[in-house]
Design a protein around this ligand. Sequence first.
Ligand SMILES: [Zn+2]
Length: 435
Amino acid sequence: MGTSHEVNRKKIRTITLLDMPAWLYQAETLPNRNFITNSEKELLDLIRKYGGFSKVDLMAYTEFSRTKVTSCIDSLLNKKIIIAKNGTDYTGGRRSKKFSLNGELGLVAGVDIGATSIDLGIADFSGKFLARYSEPALVQNGPIKILGRACSLLEKMLKENALSSEKLNGIGIGVPGPVDFSVGTLVSPPIMPGWDRYPIIQTVQQWFPSANVVVDNDVNVMALGEINQGAAKGVNNLVFVKIGTGIGSGIICEGNLYRGSSGCAGDIGHISVNKSGPLCHCGNRGCLEAYAGGPAIAERALTEARAGRSPILLKYFEKNGKVLHTEDVGDAAREGDALAVEVIRESGQYIGDVLAGLVNFFNPEMIVIGGGVRNLGNLLLSSIRQTVLHRSTSLATRDLHIVFSETGPDAGVIGAVNLAMDYMFTISEGSADPG
Ligand SMILES: [Zn+2]
């Protein structure tokens, strides 16, 4: 681990001005960026993750000396990045001060571009949302329309809430496809005409020149939201699994998002669960997505229902105008429909099989399940849990938690805000501590 970190740092240091993407260059020149030392960043990350932290807490989590913690805290206070509040617990007879992020430092926007919707939020630096908005939008209408709409909505939200666009320091954007994170573009995304390598960052920066813009795929963004403001707060090793139309995962390794060498780590939807299974849109057979993605679940249920196995599901099918939704399968299962229960259980087993492999390989503390299939309820979760427990080594599952996402439909926006925050505070990585 140590070695790969070293290599990454070297890469950042040897970047020249000419090689440097415009957005990275711009970020370096913005105020409040390049004067945070590595030690200050370490404390700041803890303060961000856990909220109010005292010096004693910080010493316990970092093994820094009191002198070192004090000097870093003083420096962060001077730069107005954090603020001090009187805490309620006493150390050595004195009320200990708790440190938290200074919300007034600036504004951060989160933009979650889904296949069929745009969700937006504006938060202060403490992560508190000041404005939220969402509307239906088809990503297949292309980047010019969608990004233009997102930016004009952000402008409107700033105006309506009397917030200055100059204070907007960061914009995090989650997009539903594979992202080359080093340049912030989508690479050959399926069903997204016009988005391939489209300069998202530069487009958004034309609207908001004072902001650092950062783009990542939706699942990575959701994983960030979950560790910062959801069920996985404080978890260091996490797999966030989004099961919607497609299936993907975001990996948090040692507290940081792990993107892999080209940015597509976690693409578990195309792991094969049956070599001779149904054809997947990726061209291979028997991918997890072709068994346990939302549409696959509905399709399997419908085929069996048509064979006479579920009058309830056929009733839903007729009522919807000859369509069966994934949620209908969940509703039918709650009504006690045996076929729906069987289909959900089976889907949980397929997902659990793949997750068991991940658990054996990666040994996470927690797996969070999010995305639309969450609506299938506890039956799905318990089937996933059972399969993982059955198929993974007992040491790997001893302290493993498998839970549903707590951020729910807000995961994308919360995550996008945190993506921007992470990015702004990471840009200074590599700057040495003085002395
Ligand atoms: Zn596939």
